[in-house]
Design a protein around this ligand. Structure first.
Ligand code: HEC
Length: 142
């Protein structure tokens, strides 16, 4: 096999892998399906107040302070079409910016429940999971 053919074969295989992966991870639910509970969002609201609001402001604010608002149209535009798992990883790994890595997975899920509620995604009967894999199945659509 010459180098071009080899490269084409490798790219082809990689392409198939990506397609298979995308199919396996295609979100099956959206945040409009009632994916968190009111109790979870309430606990998350207190955590948000304590650990996030100093930089991000209240989720009901309309003017950003030193960090982007998490309950406005800019936030919704940024995250539209992405999975809750992406947001979970972002927060768990990088926030609070002053102390990344200090939130537990459960606290992160509660804070996300609060953020979803602030973006008017409805509450439901099921608790939002606190692990990446199931959250990758839930798409953000507003
Ligand atoms: C010390 C200030 C500070 C604190 C506290 C903080 N953040 Fe942030 N956060 C930032 C800044 C600044 C950015 C924008 C820069 C960046 O993207 O890292 C940001 C970005 C973000 C983003 C991405 C926003 C977007 O529109 O894409 C999310 C989500 C987020 N923070 C969530 C949180 C959560 C949840 C908490 C509380 C657990 C928190 N942050 C606490 C400063 C902070």
């Amino acid at each position: 096999m010459n180098r071009v053919a080899l490269a084409a074969a490798v790219l082809g295989a990689a392409g198939m892998g990506i397609t298979a992966l995308a199919a396996a991870q295609a979100p099956s639910r959206s945040v409009q399906d009632g994916v968190y509970t009111v109790a979870q969002a309430t606990r998350g609201g207190a955590l948000y107040e304590d650990k996030c609001a100093s930089c991000h402001g209240a989720t009901t604010d309309i003017t950003p302070g030193m960090a982007p608002l998490l309950g406005d149209y800019v936030f919704q535009d940024t995250w539209k079409g992405r999975s809750v798992g992406d947001l979970f990883e972002r927060i768990l790994n990088t926030m609070p910016q002053s102390a990344p890595g200090t939130l537990s997975p459960q606290e992160t899920a509660e804070i996300i429940a609060h953020i979803l509620s602030a973006n008017r995604a409805p509450a439901g009967d099921v608790t939002l999971a606190d692990a990446v894999a199931p959250l990758k199945q839930i798409q953000m659509s507003w």
